[in-house]
Design a protein around this ligand. Structure first.
Ligand code: ZN
Length: 242
């Protein structure tokens, strides 16, 4: 899946030289001080009050306020835990590309793969990943430039799925080290699902059947090929899979 010579064209990651200019990291707040300020605002049981004047008070918030309370705030851990695939040799990308046995590959080119989440309550939820092992802060410049174009193309394509009103985009990366962007299709005219609570709704909604997800994803795949080239996945065209 690697194109010959691709690495030679990668610009270097940004230099870490901000400590010799006007904003040395030593001047920035430590997380211990950040935590101390939060702890000072919490009650004796370590709980902060629910911000009912913010999102929890909006009609798009999924949960009733009665009985709602935040968990006690925990102090910072001693260190960041390693994520899945922190070492490239341990990552899923170190083995040969997995065949599309479950019909969830939406679109690929030699550098990127767009996959369908088959466990979702949304009309469509997609994951965009580079084929080679990269994390976002160290993504080479040429892939970063292409990612920008792909984000636009995927966003356009998702918003052409008839049951989607708006695309949302997420990058978490606390679980897996290999860069993965998540595109969520917010159901059209279901205004209660607007905004950032969509991901909370998503986990509570009934799962959408795979054949429905695949039909929706075929809309995305065909627009991707038209706009950025590459190849559409099978997406159930050749019959039921996995
Ligand atoms: Zn990887």
């Amino acid at each position: 899946m690697t194109e010959p010579g691709t690495d030679a064209t990668h610009p270097p990651a940004p230099d870490e030289h901000t400590d010799v200019v006007s904003a040395p990291p030593a001047d920035a707040e430590s997380v211990e001080d950040y935590y101390a300020r939060i702890a000072a605002g919490a009650g004796g049981d370590g709980r902060l009050p629910v911000a009912v004047e913010e999102m929890p008070g909006w009609d798009i918030y999924p949960y009733e306020l009665e009985g709602l309370r935040l968990k006690p705030i925990r102090p910072p851990a001693d260190e960041e835990p390693p994520r899945r695939g922190e070492e490239p040799a341990d990552c899923w990308c170190a083995s040969a590309p997995s065949p599309d046995t479950d019909g969830t590959v939406v679109w690929t080119n030699t550098r990127w793969r767009l996959s369908l989440s088959r466990d979702t309550g949304l009309p469509i939820m997609l994951v965009l990943q580079p084929v080679e092992h990269h994390d976002l802060p160290t993504l080479p410049g040429d892939l970063a430039a292409e990612m920008g174009q792909l984000v636009v193309a995927v966003a356009d394509a998702v918003e052409h799925v008839p049951s989607v009103g708006r695309v949302q985009l997420a990058k978490w990366g606390d679980g897996g080290a290999h860069l993965h962007l998540v595109f969520l299709g917010r159901p059209a005219r279901m205004l209660q699902f607007r905004g950032s609570p969509l991901i909370d709704w998503e986990e509570n909604l009934p799962r959408v059947p795979l054949e429905v997800l695949q039909a929706n994803a075929r809309v995305v795949a065909e627009r991707m090929v038209v706009h950025v080239g590459g190849r559409a996945g099978d997406l159930g065209r050749s019959g039921p899979q996995g």
